[in-house]
Design a binder for this molecule. Structure first.
Ligand SMILES: [Zn+2]
Length: 271
């Protein structure tokens, strides 16, 4: 494991990049890394992540007790502790409020459509953890449902959370989520995404092994009824003609509620 001084410097650098890219405003966001088997380095509360210095970091144990540092650890520390409890393979956690991804989280729209090959192979899907009051025990509980199978998720009406084998890996996943959110937004403004077909998604999943991409869970391209703790649910339509891209408007997909509303409307017009 890297020396403590290097890990402190890495957290400062990632905080600077997050603030420079507008992923956090004011004192938002937090970053942590595993220092060794029993200790974490954690950003302190009430500091702007763009202007941190290495000596500001707190050292805590895995239950959140402060072992060293002049400042108190982040108010979202419990969410980080939950991730480390659930994921022994994770060595760093990044939380921020990147505006486009957070917009999806506020609108209640998960980033789970199969659209970009690199997102399918790396993150799979980006689900939304249910709304929880920040800094309370609710937030780690909301995250727990998704964290075993996902390296990145949105937090409803709040922001995004990413995990990785080191702090840069976790940070780059935050970049990927925000980039993916921006592309998805533009595609929807332009009339909607064409989706990767289910066969293509399964082919991309096969590439994970070839490129040594460590994913915590397989993709489930047929997501109905799947538990988000077991797999990464991705929307990828079956393409009967074998096309690799499927336009959404080629097929009309209605939920039961939408169908019921249409029928009710048609019956009303008959009267
Ligand atoms: Zn937050």
């Amino acid at each position: 494991m890297a020396a403590e001084a290097q890990l402190r410097a890495d957290i400062v650098e990632v905080g600077r990049r997050m603030y420079a890219r507008g992923y956090t405003a004011s004192n938002d966001g937090n970053i942590s890394v595993r220092l060794d088997a029993a200790r974490l380095l954690m950003t302190p509360k009430s500091v702007c992540k763009g202007f941190m210095t290495p000596e500001m970091m707190c050292v805590t144990d895995l239950d959140g007790r402060k072992l060293a540092g002049d400042r108190d650890p982040s108010s979202e520390m419990q969410m980080h502790l939950e991730v480390y409890r659930q994921r022994p393979d994770v060595h760093a956690v990044v939380h921020a409020h990147p505006p486009v991804a957070t917009g999806f989280a506020v609108a209640g729209i998960p980033l789970d459509r199969a659209v970009l090959a690199e997102v399918v192979t790396t993150l799979g899907s980006v689900p939304i953890a249910e709304y929880a009051t920040p800094s309370t025990r609710e937030l780690p509980e909301a995250v727990r449902r998704y964290v075993k199978a996902h390296d990145g998720m949105l937090l409803a009406n709040h922001g995004a959370l990413t995990l990785g084998a080191d702090v840069y890996a976790a940070y780059y996943k935050m970049e990927t989520i925000e980039h993916f959110a921006r592309i998805s937004l533009v595609a929807r403004l332009l009339g909607g995404e064409r989706l990767l077909s289910r066969d293509e998604v399964l082919r991309l999943q096969g590439l994970r092994g070839m490129y040594g991409i460590a994913a915590p869970a397989p993709i489930c391209a047929e997501p109905v009824g799947q538990d988000p703790a077991d797999c990464q649910a991705v929307q990828a339509p079956v393409s009967p003609g074998g096309e690799r891209l499927v336009s959404e408007n080629e097929e009309v997909r209605l939920t039961y509620r939408e169908l019921t509303a249409l029928i009710e409307d048609a019956v009303r017009n008959l009267k």
